[in-house]
Design a protein around this ligand. Structure first.
Ligand code: IMP
Length: 219
């Protein structure tokens, strides 16, 4: 079964290919189907992931997966949140510096933050969203050279390292994205969608109605 991954980021396509390669699942990226338009106009990660997945599903007719992620900082009431990619400037360094500036002087015990990822899947008869998080503490300086985005200031206590100090495999296990996509995969592998696209209308909500569903937290 072919799944369209609504991203132009080749790194994400490769990551997802590894994670989702099972039982004949084939991940394809957007390639030249990508549009310039700003589709992520929602106010939550869930909403944005769904907006993107619905958009490309409508455009291509393919079962489509999309994600949205970002960093929520406790001391900033959840900012930058869904605006993580557009916070403080065009480069990762600009954004990290802006955040360091914003939280300068915030004491250690109040420097909590979480990365959040919502992974949505939309097919011809329904939709689902799986959300998960990774909690950590923001440092007052950068550490490590791997990863991207806010990784060098995001300290992950269970491993005693920043996300920028993790190997790719470690990050895939503990990260918000790895967790959310593993949820999606678990669901997909046991879903009627995989066995027969035509039978996906058997998915019902608790009242027995057939309607799009959203799943948050544990399945
Ligand atoms: P996207 O919507 O998944 O592309 O992510 C939006 C923004 O959130 C990125 O541009 C990063 O600034 C931030 N972000 C999301 N995930 C991560 C991560 O794993 N590490 C560091 N920054 C991240």
């Amino acid at each position: 079964m072919q799944l369209l991954l609504a991203t132009t980021n080749e790194g994400k396509v490769q990551e997802l290919k590894q994670l989702l390669s099972d039982r004949g699942l084939e991940i394809v990226g957007l390639g030249d189907r990508a549009v310039d338009e700003d589709i992520e106009t929602g106010t939550t990660f869930e909403e944005n992931a769904l907006l993107k997945a619905r958009y490309y599903h409508r455009m291509t007719g393919m079962t489509t997966i999309a994600d949205d992620s970002g960093l929520e900082v406790d001391a900033l009431d959840g900012a930058p949140g869904v605006y993580s990619a557009r916070y403080g400037g065009p480069t990762d360094a600009d954004r990290t510096n802006k955040l360091l500036e914003e939280i300068r002087g915030v004491p250690g015990e109040k420097r909590g933050a979480r990365f959040v990822c919502a992974a949505a899947i939309v097919w011809d008869k329904g939709e689902r969203v799986f959300e998960d998080e990774a909690r950590g503490i923001l440092l007052d300086h950068t550490r490590g050279a791997g990863g991207f985005g806010y990784d060098p200031i995001f300290f992950y206590p269970p491993l005693g390292k920043t996300f920028a100090e993790l190997t790719r495999e470690e990050k895939e296990i503990v990260s918000h994205r790895g967790r959310a996509f593993r949820r999606l995969k678990e669901w997909l592998l046991s879903s009627p969608l995989l066995d027969s696209p035509e039978s996906s209308d058997r998915i019902e909500d608790s009242t027995g109605n057939l309607r799009p569903q959203q799943i948050k937290g544990d399945l």
